[in-house]
Design a protein around this ligand. Structure first.
Ligand SMILES: Cc1ncc(COP(=O)(O)O)c(C=O)c1O
Length: 162
């Protein structure tokens, strides 16, 4: 997603893009990804299902990407806000945080549940350092309780609609 690249660049990060090519049948070229990883590389950003194409990696490809990240000690930031809107649900991938201890999976109710106005999202990770770093950004007290209440309301709404 273009704005994700811009956000990273705005922090001063140097960003390389892993591009797929028509000539390769739009395949995910794992050698090309490996070539992009440099000693200074810290994080791999993935967006699946991809906005705007809806593209998903095949599961073995996704697992290979995770192994590459693990081998280089990279954090994987996996933007999964379009989860559950896969063109083919059979191709749904597991959350990256289930596969990799240094992955952060991002979710939101704004896309899959059509509730952008509630501004509710979450991250899931098994990395306590990353989790603690992000939790210091969130709001304490009444505001967070209000948000939690909104999540419960939104869930109930969805369950009763189903
Ligand atoms: C890939 C991707 N990630 C994250 C977001 C942000 O989602 P939200 O509407 O929950 O802020 C968007 C919004 O368009 C998106 O396309």
């Amino acid at each position: 997603m273009k704005s994700a690249l811009e956000v990273a660049r705005s922090t001063g990060a140097e960003v390389s893009q892993w591009r797929r090519r028509y000539e390769d049948g739009w395949a995910h070229d794992l050698d090309a990804l490996a070539d992009l990883i440099r000693p200074a590389t810290r994080l791999l950003y993935l967006n699946q299902p991809h906005n705007p194409t809806g593209t998903l990696m095949a599961r073995p490809v996704f697992e290979h990407v995770i192994e590459l990240a693990r081998a280089h000690g990279l954090v994987v930031f996996s933007d999964e806000v379009y989860r559950e809107l896969e063109h083919d649900p059979a191709g749904r991938l597991p959350p990256a945080c289930d596969l990799y201890e240094r992955a952060v999976s991002l979710g939101s109710i704004s896309k899959s549940y059509g509730l952008p106005g509630l501004r509710i999202g979450w991250i899931a990770t098994r990395d306590s350092v990353l989790r603690d770093a992000v939790s210091t950004l969130s709001t304490d007290g009444a505001e967070s309780r209000m948000r939690a209440a909104r999540v419960v309301c939104a869930r109930s709404l969805l369950v009763s609609r189903a």
